[in-house]
Write a protein that binds this ligand. Structure first.
Ligand code: PLP
Length: 443
């Protein structure tokens, strides 16, 4: 019998309420705070709050707790590293855990050939570094990004974003030279074609040649195309199979760098280490963070050796590749690597479970994704996104002990810890079904 959530005090309980009141008076009002979860501890796929309620985690702290909460092997690696030394600065000196991690990452993406690695503290810093590297290497200025994209919160990254206007408004002037073009949404084609037509003939990339390069800008002005091979914050969107292949061909033809932002889709989430492998296209630069160290702050820029041409002193970081984070990342890798085939199987159970629910609840629209990166869209009868509904669903699920997280306009992302079992997936699906029954059709 699999464990179940246990709600003993309707959340937020008294201890949670008191902490939330303290938090609200001193923390930045820019924090989102999806629902009033005040965590006391985590263990695998289970999270306990300060009032003793236990939740099943289907969102892993935004796809970060890849090995589950406080995996013993990751915790032991952190403790061991912390006992040796906390810091020396990888930009200026050497240590084995950083070298071992970079060795792993430099051979992790099939088709990239010999690669080199720069370690950062976060996803957005990896994006920022990649903007610099792309401009430095190509001596070109323009960057192409996609509608619906999310790349982080620093000035360069928000210049590439196009998923929520509030992330950019009043922060300008943003980085000049960024062009946003439509992403491939095969289920709701960007160019108003029928979805099935787009699955095979997707024009979202080829329009660069037949439209953008003819009327907007020249290809030899473009340093890089930044793309999430599976869009994350934009709604867990899987592009049409042809899309990334076309981007690869166009980049090769025009000397443009193809940069995959795998901050969310990487580190086993798709059932391979990176979505690049799952989707069969190799970028010139791949960015990773989030799940790489199970929650410790570290990210990476992995670039073909022929592209990482910036010389000594052009880029660096005081904390990037911190030894404790490197130890956590190496331990995370050791846990995830052997799990990859299982992630695909468990992901199939989740996908099929959602498809079964869709038959009963037709307001579940598109279900998409692969491995344990699956999105389910919620729609009104006239197919409009049911944006308010996903908020209500998150709240109700929370009160029943299931942690969900939305993305896009009206999508629930299913991104549990990668160690989750089929039995735990079924428990989550049962709670989801109860919630959908209780909430009824979106109004
Ligand atoms: N890129 C993608 C695709 C992301 O999903 C995120 C975060 O959600 C980022 C970049 C930014 O990463 P971080 O929050 O670690 O700075």
């Amino acid at each position: 019998m699999s464990q179940r959530p246990s709600i003993i005090t309707p959340p937020p309980g008294p201890k949670a309420k008191a902490l939330i009141a303290r938090d609200t008076s001193v923390t930045s009002p820019s924090y989102i705070k999806e629902y009033p979860l005040v965590i006391e501890r985590g263990d695998g796929v289970w999270v306990t709050d300060v009032d003793g309620n236990r939740y099943l985690d289907f969102m892993a702290g935004i796809a970060v707790a890849s090995t589950g909460h406080s995996h013993p092997k990751v915790v032991a690696a952190i403790q061991e590293a912390a006992g040796k030394f906390l810091h020396i600065c990888g930009t200026d000196f050497y240590y084995e855990s950083m070298i071992a991690l970079c060795e792993r990452l430099s051979t992790a993406v099939p088709g990239m050939g010999k690669s080199k690695v720069f370690l950062t503290n976060s996803g957005t810093e990896a994006v920022e570094g990649a903007i610099k590297l792309a401009r430095y290497h190509t001596r070109r200025q323009k960057l192409i990004a996609f509608k619906g994209a999310f790349h982080g919160r620093t000035m360069g990254a928000i210049s590439l974003n196009s998923s929520k206007p509030g992330q950019r408004a009043h922060f300008g002037p943003l980085l000049p030279g960024v062009e946003h073009i439509p992403y491939s949404y095969p289920y709701r084609c960007s160019y108003n074609h029928k979805a099935e037509w787009c699955q095979v003939n997707c024009e979202c990339a080829t329009k660069l040649e037949t439209d953008w390069f003819l009327s907007h800008f020249l290809p030899d002005e473009v340093a890089a195309i930044f793309v999430e091979p599976i869009q994350g914050e934009g709604g867990y969107v899987m592009p049409a199979p042809k899309f990334l292949k076309d981007l690869r061909r166009i980049c090769d033809q025009h000397g443009i760098l193809l940069i995959f932002d795998e901050v969310q889709s990487g580190i086993g989430r798709t059932g391979q280490m990176f979505a690049a492998e799952t989707l069969g296209v190799a970028p010139d630069i791949l960015l990773t963070a989030k799940g790489i160290a199970s929650g410790m702050p570290i990210g990476a820029i992995i670039a073909r050796e022929s592209v990482m041409t910036w010389p000594r002193g052009t880029h660096g970081s005081t904390y990037g590749g911190n030894p404790v984070c490197c130890a956590a990342a190496n331990a995370t890798w050791d846990v995830i690597q052997p799990l990859l085939p299982k992630i695909r199987e468990v992901g199939k159970t989740l996908y099929e479970g959602l498809t079964t629910l869709q038959k009963k609840f037709p307001f579940i629209g598109d279900i998409r994704g692969t491995g344990l990166m699956i999105g389910a869209e919620f729609i009104h009868t006239d197919k409009r996104p049911a944006s308010d509904y996903v908020g209500k669903l998150e709240q109700l699920a929370f009160r029943k002990g299931l942690l969900l997280l939305s993305c896009g306009k009206s999508t629930i992302r299913f991104a549990p810890p990668l160690i989750i079992t089929e039995a735990e997936i079924k428990v989550g699906l049962e709670i989801l079904e109860q919630c959908l029954t209780e909430l009824g059709v979106p109004s």
